[in-house]
Structures are given as structure tokens and as C-alpha cells.
Design a protein around this ligand. Structure first.
Ligand code: URP
Ligand code: ZN
Ligand code: ZN
Length: 476
């Protein structure tokens, strides 16, 4: 087994920072050494990474991705291979993707199809949540086997009638089962049936462009569903994790429940921190796409109005821990042949944005602007995802015994985002085109292997291993 020394950097954890040398033996961290100590001076290693002047952080964990998801009449454009290579470039060394049980399908079959897609194809480590797309006796029974499979969280949808939608009685039953088993319930909290009525009315009134996706999916739809999910979780005493929160009113619902001691949690995504209904979905004038350009940013929950202050509320919630994590909800679709399906009818635009490559950089801008601290950056992108989803100790921290998933981040570096510049995702556009980022992912190490250094990719599809996860380590 070879040894690796990450030397002289500032090691940042969720609770502090210190200049230290990190010694890796094989796939694991074996020591964090004070520089200048006799022991540090005596250490030799097969390979040395000079991290002087840079941050040394635990590898990012993106706990919400959708590789190859069949959705909206097409399939998410990143494979497990392309998506995890892009993840590695961006300093994310673990993902948790969503295995899908479609309505009418056995959970076991949906899960094995996901293993089939991912096995041998991932450049970074990967785990699964389970989407339960059809809650019935059979799928409730199948939930009992998930923990043995290393899947300790599952997702239901209050949106997308006819696709993944679950009714309140189904949600209640699933939460009761989850409580019994210790599973984390993840919820897409939007009132799907009501949204579909609004969307149809808008379409019939000739309001067909991407902007109206955001109008139909009004914040009231998110607030109401978030409240209902919280109440059902309260009744069943099931822990609840609300995905892709974008409305400030939904955050208020989470905060109120948390103040009362309920185990409810929430994530937001980079798009809800930086992008907006007015600026993106309302975009016009692009010579290629015209007012259809907004399709690039069609996702659900939708981008929200900046005038209403949703973006500022997301940053505040990240500071106050009313929201605990930032994931991407990476669900990329190309404009050509994919987003284009909804030209003339916003309801047919496949929902999703690709950001897996940029999550660490984008959130680091919050450190640069003073929205969050350096330590909180690490907590939101790595340590809490590990704790929330049963990976902590092995992932989410740099300490002896942990997997050597390490990112050397250069705060003096610079990153230009664009489809022709830094982009390795399988997309014909970037939702972040033209973003100029302070900071740069310099070196990425996954289980002791250097995946990225000197602007080159040294990893391979198949390096990534399946992560059997334990129960959440985040409950109060
Ligand atoms: O627009 C989104 N979020 N697409 C992915 C599916 C989901 O709801 O997470
Ligand atoms: Zn969702
Ligand atoms: Zn999603």
C-alpha cells in the first residue's frame, strides 16, 4: 500500500481550522500531524501534495443526484460515469443518487436496475436513496429490506401526479413504516394536483413559456405541502428531510417545527441561492433560444422571485441551521432534443438543472461574500450530509480511520464556469454560464487515489465503490 502526505495546508473541519499535515496510508487517513513536530518531521511518504496556503477539506458529499433518471419523456443526460467524473472535478467525492421504484414496479427490481446502471461506472463513491413511486402493501413490505441494502432513506413526492405522486394516506402509511424501521423520509413538498390545475389554466390562456412554470408552482404550493409533510411526520414521529427547499415560507414551516423540537430537516440547492424567477425564467432576447432560454432553469421546486427575498432567506437559513445542507438535485437535460420538448408548452419541459461540478465552488462564494463561514461551508457540503445519511466517521471528516477523501482548495485560485471552459457534465449548456468564481478545486483525492491534480483527471470509471449507509446520525 502506498502512502501520501498532504503537507502544510489549513485543515478545515465543521468546527475549526488548523495548519496540519495529513498522512494517508492506502485508502485511509492515518494521522493528522502538527507541522514542525518531531513526528511530522520524521514522516516520509511515497507521494507528497504541497497544500501550503490552501485549504484541506473533506471531500464533498452531494446527497441529491439523478444520474440517468427517466423523467419528463426523456432521460437525465449524465450517466453515472460522466456525472461522477464531473463531480470529481468539482471536489465532490461521494454522491447519493435516487434509485427509482416506478408505480407498478417492485422496489427490489427498481433498486437492482439502479445498481446495474452504477456498478463499475462511477469515478467516486456512491450510495442510493430509494424513491418509492408507488406506495402499496408490497412496497411497504419491501421497505423492510432497505436497511440491509445500505439504504436508510427514501423519497416520496407530493408533486408530479401520474408519475411519482403519493397521496396523504400513502404518505401516512410510509411514514409509519419508516418510523418503525428508523428510515429517513425525504419529501418533495409541492402540492402537485393544485399545481397541475394552475398550469393547465395558464397554458389555456396562452401563457406557454418557461416563465409560467415558476408561476404555476407558486410558493403557496410549497409552503402548504411542507406544512402537511411536517404535520404527518409529527403525527407519526418519523424524521423528515425536505428536499430542494426554495420558498422562504417553507423554511418558516421547518423553523417553526424545529423550534418545537421536531426532527425535521431541509436542504437547499445552489440554484435557489443565486438564480431567480425574474432573471432566469423571465429571460428573453437570446438569439438562439429567445424566450425559451428560460427552459435551462426549469426545475422543481422552481426558481423564486428575488423581489420577494427567497434567496436571502435561504442564505439566512443556512447560517441559522434552519436548513442543514446544500445538495445540487443534479438532474441535467440538454436543450437540444430534451428541454426543447417543452417548446410551446412549459409543462413538457423536463425539470432539472445540472450543477454537480460546481456545488463546492458556488457555495464557497458564500464564504467570500461573508454569508457563511469557512467551517460552515465544510459542514453544509460534507460533514452534515455524512451525518444526515449515515456515513459520518468514514466520510465527512478528516481524521484517523476516515476514508482519505480530501480536497485541496485554493482560495487564491479562480474558476470560470461555462460549457466550453470547465464543464465536464454531459450538457450542451450551463445553468451557470459566465460565472466567475473566487477559489479553485486544485487536488481531489478519493480513498487515497488522486483523481484530479494539475488541471488533469487521473481517475477512472469503476474506482467509485457502493456505499452501504447506516442510519442517520443527525437526530436530536
Ligand atoms: O426539477 C427537478 N427537481 N428534477 C429532479 C426530480 C426531483 O423532483 O427531484
Ligand atoms: Zn424532487
Ligand atoms: Zn431531485
Amino acid at each position: 500500500m502506498s502512502t501520501l502526505l498532504v503537507k502544510g495546508g489549513t485543515v478545515v473541519s465543521s468546527t475549526g481550522r488548523t495548519v496540519a499535515d495529513v498522512l494517508v496510508d492506502g485508502e485511509q487517513v492515518v494521522a493528522v500531524l502538527a507541522p514542525g513536530s518531531d513526528i511530522a518531521a520524521s514522516v516520509t511518504a511515497d507521494k507528497v501534495v504541497d497544500a501550503t496556503g490552501k485549504y484541506v477539506i473533506p471531500g464533498g458529499i452531494d446527497a441529491h443526484t439523478h444520474m440517468q433518471l427517466p423523467f419528463g419523456g426523456t432521460e437525465a443526460s449524465d450517466t453515472f460515469e460522466t456525472g461522477t467524473i464531473a463531480a470529481a472535478w468539482g471536489g465532490t467525492t461521494s454522491i447519493i443518487d435516487f434509485a427509482v421504484q416506478k408505480y407498478g414496479e417492485r422496489v427490489e427490481d427498481g433498486l437492482s436496475a439502479w445498481h446495474e446502471k452504477a456498478r463499475g461506472n462511477c469515478a467516486v463513491d456512491y450510495g442510493f436513496h430509494q424513491i418509492i413511486g408507488g406506495v402499496d402493501e408490497q412496497s411497504l413490505k419491501a421497505m423492510e429490506t432497505l436497511i440491509d441494502e445500505g439504504i436508510t432513506s427514501y423519497k416520496m413526492f407530493m408533486a408530479y401526479p401520474g408519475v411519482f405522486y403519493a397521496t396523504d394516506d400513502q404518505i401516512l402509511r410510509a411514514m409509519q413504516k419508516a418510523r418503525e424501521l428508523g428510515l429517513m423520509t425525504m419529501m418533495h413538498a409541492e402540492n402537485g394536483p393544485a399545481i397541475d390545475v394552475l398550469a393547465e389554466q395558464l397554458y389555456n390562456a396562452g401563457k406557454t413559456t418557461p416563465y409560467f412554470h415558476g408561476i404555476a408552482r407558486a410558493w403557496q404550493m410549497e409552503e402548504e405541502a411542507t406544512h402537511r409533510a411536517i404535520m404527518l411526520a409529527n403525527l407519526t414521529e418519523a424524521p423528515l428531510y425536505v428536499v430542494h427547499v426554495s420558498a422562504k415560507q417553507a423554511v418558516e414551516q421547518l423553523a417553526t417545527a424545529r423550534d418545537k423540537g421536531q426532527n425535521v430537516f431541509g436542504e437547499t440547492c445552489p440554484q435557489y441561492l443565486y438564480l431567480s424567477l425574474e432573471e432566469q425564467l423571465g429571460a428573453t432576447g437570446d438569439p438562439t433560444w429567445g424566450e425559451f432560454e428560460g427552459a435551462k432553469w426549469v426545475c422543481s421546486t422552481p426558481l423564486r422571485s428575488r423581489a420577494e427575498g427567497h434567496q436571502d432567506a435561504m442564505w439566512q437559513a443556512l447560517r441559522t441551521n434552519d436548513l442543514q445542507m446544500v445538495s445540487t438535485d443534479h438532474c441535467p437535460f440538454c436543450m437540444k432534443d430534451q428541454k426543447e420538448l417543452g417548446r410551446g408548452d412549459f409543462r413538457a419541459i423536463p425539470n432539472g438543472i445540472g450543477s454537480i461540478e460546481h456545488r463546492m465552488d458556488l457555495l464557497y462564494q458564500g464564504v467570500v461574500t461573508g454569508e457563511i463561514t469557512l467551517e460552515r461551508w465544510v459542514e453544509l457540503t460534507s460533514t452534515t450530509p455524512a451525518r444526515m445519511f449515515g456515513l459520518y466517521g468514514r466520510k465527512g471528516v478528516i481524521q484517523p480511520g476516515a476514508d482519505a477523501d480530501i480536497v485541496v482548495y485554493d482560495p487564491k485560485g479562480h474558476t470560470s464556469i461555462g460549457v466550453d471552459k470547465t464543464h465536464h457534465m454531459n450538457m450542451d449548456h450551463s445553468a451557470w454560464e459566465g460565472y466567475e468564481i473566487d477559489g479553485h478545486v486544485d487536488v481531489v483525492i478519493s480513498r487515497g487515489s488522486v483523481l484530479v491534480s494539475d488541471g488533469e483527471f487521473h481517475g477512472r470509471a469503476g474506482h467509485g465503490q457502493y456505499l452501504k449507509r447506516g442510519l442517520t446520525q443527525y437526530l436530536t
